[in-house]
Design a protein around this ligand. Sequence first.
Ligand code: CTP
Ligand code: CA
Length: 223
Amino acid sequence: EVLAPTPKSLLGRKILITAGPTFENIDPVRFIGNYSSGKMGFALAEEAAKRGAEVFLISGPVNLETNYSSIYRRNVISAKEMYEACREWFPACDVAIFAAAVADFSPDSVASQKIKRNNDDWVLHLKANPDIAASMGQMKKANQLTVGFALETNNEEKNARRKLNDKNLDFIVLNSPNNEGEGFMADTNRISIIYRDGRMEKFPLKSKKEVAADIISAVEKIL
Ligand code: CTP
Ligand code: CA
């Protein structure tokens, strides 16, 4: 197969991408986290790099490698670390895509020794983590563009539209974990894109690589 060279339509652009889950430590051997393979975020990073962008990939704990010299990767563990890395890199970027499955809460304190199971129950107190997308949405300048994801189990469209608004996103990618072959661990995804003007664009079931190309193309149309 001979592939046509990808047009370098994102040359000179800087794109921040968050990917994977975050892990919030409870003690030295336990954590709270979300299901996420990181595949969607990495596919977005590679698609943007192929089109000539400089990519700043902030990744939670995943089992993925990427080999592009124009992808600068920073590995983080917790939501707080991901937030700090975004605050550092976002001001210099043209676009940010928040594909990470960030843990919404973390334990109040991390036990320094392993918590023993010598009780019948255990109450763990959690505090809210920073909302990275919303916080970057507040910092956003007129020439910057932000994109979020919404993974919903119910009232999908209504919830996605609220997130689009609350996080000051330019568009939100809606996907649902309800159907087979879609969602966090799969290689495929069925998405809808909801734009600020209210328009919703529906896509068929595709590989995450193809979905990444659709999302990057949607970004390019707005840039
Ligand atoms: N997000 C983020 N920081 C967080 C939580 C979410 O940047 N602390 C981003 C995600 O990367 C995603 C978008 O916000 O792009 C929506 O995430 P989601 O978990 O669907 O929404 P939440 O605002 O966390 O609301 P909830 O989990 O209560 O539905
Ligand atoms: Ca959440």
